[in-house]
Design a binder for this molecule. Structure first.
Ligand SMILES: Nc1ncnc2c1ncn2[C@@H]1O[C@H](COP(=O)(O)OP(=O)(O)OP(=O)(O)O)[C@@H](O)[C@H]1O
Ligand SMILES: Nc1nc2c(ncn2[C@@H]2O[C@H](COP(=O)(O)O)[C@@H](O)[C@H]2O)c(=O)[nH]1
Length: 194
């Protein structure tokens, strides 16, 4: 049975960065591209970071019964949905392992869908001050920076990644990403141990 290494963490902890670096070091890992109704950002490509889709299409997907997990956030730009589909990208009965990014909420739903044993949580942490600076710096590189949304995400993280929820989901191990190389080394070690 394939395992899903599931990368999680608050905003700007480096999930995307870690994800891309792990794929370079473990190219045999498969990936699952999630879906979103949020507008595509500069530098993003449809089918790479996400499948960018519409709210109308999402309603059709809901009827297909293939949505594994779905979350909708009230952003400063209106509601944006993010979801994972059982669309053939990943075969849980296959041999290969998979690398994915998500939130605690999606992790819980994924565990319910695929079974607890299928998922290996990879929870990334960075001190709040550092990740806020990283988020602001990253946003500053956008053509139309949206600092209000950066602040909303930062504040939402308090509830969405609370210690209570982490403990309920039995996620004890944390991977510090103050230093990228050290973080990758720790995660690779953890992956080998499974
Ligand atoms: N170890 C590191 N040291 C310094 N900068 C880093 C490190 N890891 C990531 N970054 C930078 O921090 C910013 C946030 O990283 P990234 O986009 O990977 O985070 P994320 O967790 O995927 O964010 P989000 O959840 O908000 O999409 C990026 O500009 C990235 O280049
Ligand atoms: N827990 C929360 N997760 C959120 C929220 N808003 C967005 N997200 C998640 O962040 C990642 C990355 O989003 P992106 O738009 O920068 O690509 C994605 O997995 C979303 O699910 C939130 O308010 N709380």
């Amino acid at each position: 049975m394939g395992r899903i290494f599931y990368i999680m963490g608050k905003s700007a902890t480096g999930k995307d960065t870690v994800f891309k670096e792990l794929l370079k070091r473990r190219p045999e890992l498969t990936t699952v591209v999630p879906y979103t109704t949020r507008p595509i950002r500069e530098g993003e490509t449809d089918g790479v970071e996400y499948f960018f889709t519409s709210s109308e299409k999402l309603e059709q997907f809901k009827n297909s019964g293939k949505i594994v997990e779905l979350r909708t956030y009230e952003t400063v730009m209106g509601p944006w949905s993010y979801f994972t589909m059982d669309d053939g990208q990943f075969d849980i009965h296959g041999e290969g392992d998979c690398l994915m990014i998500g939130t605690l909420e999606s992790y819980e739903k994924m565990c319910r869908y695929y079974g607890n044993g299928a998922l290996v949580p990879v929870y990334i942490e960075v001190p709040d001050g550092i990740r806020l600076l990283r988020a602001v710096k990253r946003e500053g590189k956008q053509k139309n920076p949206n600092y209000r949304e950066v602040c909303r995400r930062y504040l939402a993280d308090e509830d969405d990644f609370s210690e209570e929820l982490l403990s309920r989901l039995r996620i004890g191990k944390r991977f510090s990403n103050t230093d990228l190389e050290a973080c990758l080394e720790e995660i690779l070690k953890e992956m080998e141990s499974h």
